[in-house]
Design a protein around this ligand. Structure first.
Ligand SMILES: [Zn+2]
Length: 251
């Protein structure tokens, strides 16, 4: 997709004076994308006060660093945001497994599109609330509109290989973000009309299935800290790795 960069100084109705050092990021709504517009994160110091529950139905929330940090650091604030967006979930007891584990994690019961385990994957998909919130933003503002645009159908299920797994990054010694339930591996999408779109089978197809998959991967980079797909390496030939671990990569 052709990318243009622009800075929009808009923050809850306030016009913000931007300094020369600000780097624009590409935060886009479905509407903004079709109109060729891009959003930028607002200047951190001038962010407005945090609403009672961060509104995940608004794509522009991705430009609100303060609200996003609150969701990252406060499980109650994050869970309130999920509830306000209509996501239902259960809380998962804290778990420790050697150096791995999680606290205040949850399992999503239903969302706009549901998260389900791929065959052979663990039945349970524990994830930090921050990851659940980012997945919801991606699903709501990127995946479903892209499916309607390219494939003419909304998405019913997002199939995951898993979220939590105590392991190191392939070929490295450091622990993967999966070790802390901060990463999801997306294998496929099931459309409302029953079609399955698979990363392994369809990512490089020239038709609409491939266009859909490549768009949802590219735009995941605006939402997650790390997005890795088939273009990155063979380890990711069959899934999109999405994490909220704090590193930055988009490949
Ligand atoms: Zn992964």
């Amino acid at each position: 997709m052709k990318k243009t960069h622009s800075i929009i100084a808009a923050c809850a109705g306030l016009v913000v004076a931007l300094t020369g050092g600000l780097v624009a990021a590409n935060f886009r709504t479905a509407e903004a994308t079709s109109a060729g517009k891009h959003f930028a994160r607002p200047v951190r110091e001038l962010a407005t006060k945090i609403p009672a529950a961060t509104d995940l139905t608004r794509y522009g929330v991705l430009g609100d660093e303060q609200a996003l940090r609150l969701m990252q650091n406060s499980a109650p604030a994050c869970q309130a945001a999920l509830k306000a967006a209509g996501v239902t979930f259960t809380q998962v007891p804290a778990m420790q497994e050697g150096e791995c584990g999680y606290r205040e994690a949850l399992e999503v019961k239903s969302s706009l599109a549901d998260f389900v385990s791929s065959p052979g994957a663990p039945d349970h998909l524990p994830m930090t609330c921050d990851l659940a919130a980012r997945l919801h933003l991606w699903e709501r503002h990127v995946v479903i509109p892209a499916a309607e645009k390219f494939l003419g159908s909304p998405v019913k299920d997002v199939k995951l290989f898993g979220t939590f797994q105590c392991r190191t990054v392939a070929g490295m010694e450091r622990l993967s973000e999966h070790s802390f339930a901060k990463a999801a591996d997306v294998a496929a999408f099931i459309l409302a009309d029953g079609r399955e779109i698979s990363v392994l089978k369809d990512y490089y197809s020239k038709g609409p299935k491939g266009e859909f998959l490549r768009e949802v991967r590219e735009r995941a980079c605006d939402i997650f800290d790390v997005t890795l797909g088939p273009d990155y390496n063979e380890d990711h030939a069959n899934h999109l790795h999405l994490d909220v671990g704090g590193d930055h990569a988009c490949r």
